[in-house]
Design a protein around this ligand. Structure first.
Ligand SMILES: NC(=O)c1ccc[n+]([C@@H]2O[C@H](COP(=O)([O-])OP(=O)(O)OC[C@H]3O[C@@H](n4cnc5c(N)ncnc54)[C@H](OP(=O)(O)O)[C@@H]3O)[C@@H](O)[C@H]2O)c1
Length: 283
């Protein structure tokens, strides 16, 4: 079985590689090297954000790779401090100039911030619609949106988000939000897919890994892709960057899939903030 990363169709006709490379918490000074390594191994999808502070180094690594711009899918996300339309427009320009690119493949509202900006994420979303119309964002989407937030966009905006990037891993399977996406043609992107390492020594995961002769991280990432979600594990360790890429040359049977899904702890399994309450704005 060849290890080939599938391309998945988005609701706007574009496609996205199902496996990417996440760069959250990678220091700017380490980013170009890590992304360069990922591109060498075969990753063709990088997930960054304005708040990660490393967009410039992502752009640098893509250029240094010698790959054509069109061969690499690049996502970035709007800083929480810039939800007002005029701020979002300026911030989006700063993303393109940091990346030194004339478009991004996907641009997301990073957090809904329902307790900020008078609860108005709709005008922010309509500003992202502008970026898509003028071609500088090939696709647009949201991140950390709960079902009521998605319902509000459906009622008040024209464009359906291509993706919703949310926390998903075996301890927080986030079924309700995923199901809404499934019913409305919004792909789920699973962030912190290995729960920042916390699920890797779970006895069930270790047991499944032994049965299939793979590592715990590979088994968890494989569980995500078999559920149809998009993943972009982060690592600055070369061996792990490679390990996380080798997940398309084996399969998990239904029993293994169900055992892993059965580890869900609901809200108690969350490792990151609750999107209904999160209101952080960088200084
Ligand atoms: N939209 C959002 O609000 C949001 C929030 C969080 C994350 N994200 C995105 O999702 C991406 C992934 O999430 P994440 O970075 O939080 O966590 P993650 O990918 O679940 O886990 C990363 C951690 O696991 C370790 N690790 C990676 N591969 C491993 C392996 N094969 N074996 C053992 N340990 C391994 C890494 O260590 P080393 O680096 O030391 O190898 C790192 O400490 C982010 O980079 C970002 O792009 C988005």
């Amino acid at each position: 079985m060849a290890n080939t990363v599938p391309d998945i169709s988005l609701n706007d006709g574009n496609t996205i590689p199902q496996l990417g490379f996440g760069v959250y918490q990678i220091e700017p000074r380490d980013t170009a090297e890590a992304v360069g390594r990922a591109l060498e191994i075969g990753y063709r999808h990088i997930d960054t954000a304005q708040m990660y502070g490393n967009e410039a180094e992502v752009g640098e690594a893509v250029r240094a790779s010698g790959l054509d711009r069109g061969e690499v899918f690049v996502t970035s996300k709007l800083n929480n401090g810039f939800h007002r339309p005029e701020d979002a427009r300026r911030a989006f320009e700063s993303t393109l100039s940091a990346l030194k690119m004339d478009y991004v493949d996907l641009f997301l509202i990073h957090w809904p911030l329902p307790t900020r900006y008078d609860g108005d994420f709709v005008s922010t979303w309509k500003t992202l619609e502008e970026f898509q119309r003028d071609g500088r964002a090939r696709s647009i989407g949201v991140s950390n949106f709960q079902v009521p937030h998605l319902e509000r966009l459906a009622a008040e905006a024209d464009v359906v988000p291509a993706v919703n990037q949310i926390e998903v891993h075996p301890y927080l399977t986030n079924e309700q939000v995923r199901a809404y996406g499934g019913e409305h043609n919004i792909l789920t992107e699973a962030w912190s897919p290995i729960a920042q390492g916390r699920v890797l020594d779970d006895p069930t995961i270790v047991d499944v890994a032994e049965q299939v002769g793979r590592t715990p991280a590979q088994v968890v990432l494989r569980w995500h892709v078999q559920r149809g979600d998009i993943v972009f594990p982060k690592s600055t360790t070369p061996k792990r960057i490679e390990e996380n890429f080798r997940i398309f040359d084996f399969t998990l049977d239904d029993t293994a899939m169900e055992r892993i899904s059965g580890l869900d702890r609901g809200e108690a399994g969350r490792t990151g903030p609750n999107p209904d309450e999160f209101d952080y704005i960088p200084a």
